[in-house]
Design a protein around this ligand. Sequence first.
Ligand SMILES: [Zn+2]
Ligand SMILES: [Zn+2]
Length: 311
Amino acid sequence: MASREERKMPNARIIAVSLRRWVDSSADGADGGDPMTVEWVRIVPLALLHLSCLAVFWVGWSPVAVAVALGLYVVRMFAISAFYHRYFSHRAFKTSRAAQLAFAVLGASCVQRGPLWWASHHRRHHAHSDQPGLLWSHIGWLTSRGAFRTDLTAVPDLARFPELRFLDRFDTLVPFGFAALLFATGELLESRAPWLGTSGPQLLVWGFSISSVVLLHVLCATNSYLHIFGYRSHATDDRSTNSLLFSLIALGEGWHNHHHRYPYAARLGHRWWEIDPTHRVLQLLARLGLVWDLRGIPGQSPRAGSATRVA
Ligand SMILES: [Zn+2]
Ligand SMILES: [Zn+2]
């Protein structure tokens, strides 16, 4: 809740603080106003990301650009699902400090802010499922004034790593680097392989804008769609559901009711047909020694490919 002093803060100051936070997300200054209202200045970058998709009418398309958008969607969906979600938010497996940093950088390339911010919000989602209203649960948590600060008290286990705090504080650094890399790659392809019909601006629009916006809304739909549609296997005290379709799109994140029942498990799909691509890749990474101690579901061997009955 905003204090009386914050409520009295002049609009100009609120805007100035918001602008500073475009670059430095932990810039000091009162948050001001009602924490549930939309923080317009602060979400301009998010709005611009959406608007930039319209540039597709100028840059056109090519098979290469669409393949890049699709490939980056899959890789980054995995990064969100395996790292931001299962690792940082739920500690579903263990890894080294170096790999943890690499996972954080990969997660940050998804343009969904820093690892500490993401994990603190997600832990709150599990603590208070079924937030007020569908719009709030889809995008409100991302755009409201009270939601911009990273609540470090919710992630003390992660906040003790200065490199993670740095990535979280300057959370536009990785996305900007990623966008620049895409642009440079497109320019290089245009000069060296003109027959591919792509360019810097085209790869930027497809690989960064369109791919990131789709990724963002699929993830947001975990909080909205997967609390309305689908079937329930466990009587959790929220309305979370399971969906095969959603799991195919979101690499296993559609087993949301299972997940609310066993939030710490590295594996979200329980039955043999409840496919969980993220978990398969995590098993592969475990075989390579990059991650270990994948947490299982009670009554089920952590290595089991097919599920025994649970609940
Ligand atoms: Zn949920
Ligand atoms: Zn979760």
